[in-house]
Design a protein around this ligand. Structure first.
Ligand code: CA
Ligand code: CA
Length: 365
């Protein structure tokens, strides 16, 4: 999709809402005109309306609390007795039986033209509320106790919509919540490069496993596991890299590095991003695996004349970035993740790798 097409699509999505706001504006004008003509044959009755309503925050976990402000006004020609303004979450902006009633508040006696406002009244969203996006409705005289000149203008919809997310015992009811967890993990990693440049062919074969058991931080967004970052500086690492360089005159150099690091790799870290969340850019599949360790055994090298010698310990590094990642699959609680990647064509041609990451995440009690 081109940029222009995307812009058009976004425009198209916004359009119905704009039209609706315009429609509401027209509706108010019509009502006022109606009241004007009614004055020719005056019906001396009160007319309650909600002249303003707002809600915050825009996201709440089922069972959580919203703050609602409203102004209820009597725009009729006679005093209105005490009434009740009720709040509800509605899927369709219309008051009906499917709406989730949040609660109501008392409105005092209102003389013609007078209003009664409340600010940031707390209302609880029932824990059983179905996750989804709702409109907040405020309706005056919800108990139908006041006879009005107009009974059909009593409800108003807040501009901001409210997203209700599933209740999750592990996540406090806020956006982007970090939870301390314990992660026991196993990574099985294979990496292979075949590359010819000019008269030289290079082959690198690596295989390694990492095992760790460390505290980590899991971020929840709207009650769903979203981002896991594990940094570990201890664990068990075992692996081997074989490096071969062959010139076209058959001169062959081979280096072998055995990785048998136990307890203290120089640096191991892993970051995982998971699950697209509504209203957020999708970050699914971002993964980086950084691993640097010192080899415990010397690197053995054989040169073109067949001589063998041992070098000092070699640093062994794996760094993978999202653009090298071909596929990610993970289950919803992030307990198992399988990654398959290839070398980024520009930076690592001829490379393929695969890592199977198994994570056992436990929440502290
Ligand atoms: Ca009314
Ligand atoms: Ca009424």
């Amino acid at each position: 999709m081109s940029g222009a097409e995307r812009a058009l699509r976004v425009e198209g999505e916004l359009m119905p809402r704009r039209l609706w706001v315009l429609g509401l504006g027209l509706g108010l004008v019509m009502t006022m005109l109606g009241a004007g003509s009614a004055s020719a044959a005056p019906k001396k009755r009160p007319d309650l309306v909600v002249s303003a309503v707002s809600v915050s925050p825009g996201k709440v976990v089922a069972g959580g609390v919203l703050k609602v402000s409203d102004t209820t006004r009597n725009k009729g020609r006679k005093k209105a007795k005490r009434s009740v303004t009720r709040y509800a979450l509605s899927a369709n902006k219309k008051w009906d039986k499917k709406d989730v009633v949040l609660g109501s508040r008392a409105v005092k006696v209102l003389k013609p033209g007078k209003k009664h406002a409340v600010k940031a009244r707390s209302v609880r969203v029932a824990a059983a509320t179905r996750p989804g996006t709702y409109w907040l409705l405020a309706c005056a005289d919800a108990k139908k106790k006041v006879r009005e000149s107009n009974e059909r203008n009593n409800c108003r919809v807040a501009k901001r919509r409210v997203t209700v997310t599933r209740r999750n015992a592990a996540a406090p009811p806020d956006d982007a919540v970090k939870v301390k967890v314990n992660v026991r993990g196993h990574v099985d990693w294979k990496d292979r490069t075949r590359l010819s440049v000019g008269s030289v062919t290079t082959e690198i074969d690596s295989a390694a496993t990492f095992d760790f058991n460390v505290p980590a931080e899991l971020t929840y967004l709207q009650g769903r596991p979203f981002y896991l970052e594990v940094t570990w500086d201890k664990g068990t690492v075992s692996g081997r890299t074989v490096y071969k360089r062959v010139n076209n005159d058959a001169c062959r150099v081979t280096s072998t590095a055995d990785q048998r690091v136990t307890g203290e790799p120089a640096l191991l870290s892993q970051a995982l991003v998971h699950l697209p969340v509504p209203g957020r850019p999708s970050l699914f599949g971002q993964f980086s695996l950084n691993f640097v360790a010192q080899s415990t055994t010397p690197v053995t090298a054989v040169d073109c004349r067949g001589e063998t010698w041992a070098q000092s310990p070699m640093r062994f590094a794996i760094v993978d970035t999202p653009d090298e990642l071909a596929s990610v699959s993970a289950n919803a609680d992030l307990s198992r993740i399988v990654l398959k990647g290839g070398g980024a064509p520009r930076t690592h041609p001829g490379r393929t790798w695969e890592a199977t990451v198994t994570l056992d995440i436990t929440h502290p009690r």
